[in-house]
Design a protein. Sequence first.
Length: 118
Amino acid sequence: QVQLVESGGGLVQAGDSLRLSCAASGRAFNSYTLGWFRQAPGKEREFVASITWSGGYTYYANSVKGRFTISRVYAKNTVYLQMNSLKPEDTAVYYCAAGPYGADFGSWGQGTQVTVSS
């Protein structure tokens, strides 16, 4: 069973940087996509970024393109989300997710809170 554990959230000021980590376990992820989603209070959960585990192909939401970078480290089975130039509108609970290529993200972490003050 896939397990995803996020860490790295916190309270920062606008313009600051933060790096989220997602430790993945439970299976080999060679044919999986791992991603980050976020949910702000009163809003729907939205896609942030994803990466294919094997090829390292990345995709980003327009709202974070150029500011956020997703990456993975094989040796640590960990996916990272480097967030730069943070804005108050980036405030949300950030979730790590995983799913087979071409399928829905079926496994989710517990989430980590990111708060950006103005």
